[in-house]
Design a protein around this ligand. Sequence first.
Ligand SMILES: [Zn+2]
Length: 221
Amino acid sequence: MLKEFIQLIYPDFCSGCSQPLLFSERAICSSCLMEVKSSFISNSQTFFGRTAVNREIYAFKFFKNKLLQKMIYEMKYNGNKDTAFVLGVELGFLLKDIYKSKNQDVDFIIPVPVSEIKKQKRGYNQCEHIANGVSQIIKKPVLANRLKRRNNLRSQVNNSRYKRWSNVESQYYLEGNFNGNPRLLLVDDVVTTGATINSCIKALQAETNQLISVAALAGNK
Ligand SMILES: [Zn+2]
């Protein structure tokens, strides 16, 4: 009752088509969710740069899907955390199926971090909300504060692709150690060059050889 009343004053809109959401919908309307789900893929390429990973999974093809591009924009730049969570849930279902069919599992979910400066500016890390959605389905805990990103004050806009890659190289570090060798699932929003993932994996593997798989909402490979 109260929620319905609040929605009349501040209706929630779909982050895909911008239409008002039904009471039962969250962040994405059911027809947009159906549409992005139809582009579900999973791929199992195993290298980022020269760093081997156990498995690489994307939920959606990014660059051919305008609707998903809009949702990701909303989630990154318009503070739409719920969209990140809902898409994370979809990614979770995909992972659950894959783990079941391959008889695999993970122990912890690690979101790709943003720097503290960026987090304060934006108010949140969207990868953390995607990871929370994944966690809801695969029932594994999210470790949000172990992998960290340094504050980077230099703008990367004018750098060449190569320079950007090497700048990203030393951006990430691990706080503390893991006990034993837990299997880690690294969760990102969109994988473009792979430089970020590459650097995160290096940081995670600084102490021991962790078994790492990578999942993202979308990638351009
Ligand atoms: Zn919609």
